[in-house]
Design a protein around this ligand. Sequence first.
Ligand code: CA
Length: 229
Amino acid sequence: MSRILIVEDEESIAELEKDYLELSGFEVEIETDGSRGLLRALKEDFDLFILDLMLPGTDGFEICKQVRAMKNTPILMVSAKKDDIDKIRGLGLGADDYITKPFSPSELVARVKAHLARYERLIGSGMPENEIIEIRGLKIDKTARRVYINGEEKNFTTKEFDLLTFLAQNPNHVFTKDELFREIWDMESVGDIATVTVHIKKIREKLEYNTARPQYIETIWGVGYRFKM
Ligand code: CA
């Protein structure tokens, strides 16, 4: 059963919303104080949040912002003023929907159902999210083995990709060329530590704006390389 948290200080409205949602088979909790609502929203497992905008304690803007920073749970914002809705949209707080008071309870129920269904499709699709490393303008999608720099995809060979990923996964750690060679190339590989130098050079040409002043992989003279965090 889906659990919904309503944060609303006007109890009659909250109770009305609760009644209708319960009739539709949802489990509903009410918080009338914004700060307590935020705390519960962050700590407990809910499937959807309905947030009033003007609340004692923490307001709906702040709750939305903080919850969205931590969770992907659908958020419906409720407000008495149309202007506020425009404001929330403008702030890009990550709410999924907006309803202006007064609204019909059946409209609220319909929207709740739609958002829950969409969210369940999203999380229930069974595909785990790609493992991604993001550092400044660099994005490494480990699952898809793709590299993007400022949103633009760059082609990496297998070894270049492995070397970059290994360094990025261990930032601020200096590795000798010897260590890198052993890590990325298997023991039987023909080659030597000069191979590492060549690969670093190629990686830099793809990543760096100015290869003379590398932003990502630093050369530690006489020792090896380090990925700058
Ligand atoms: Ca209110």
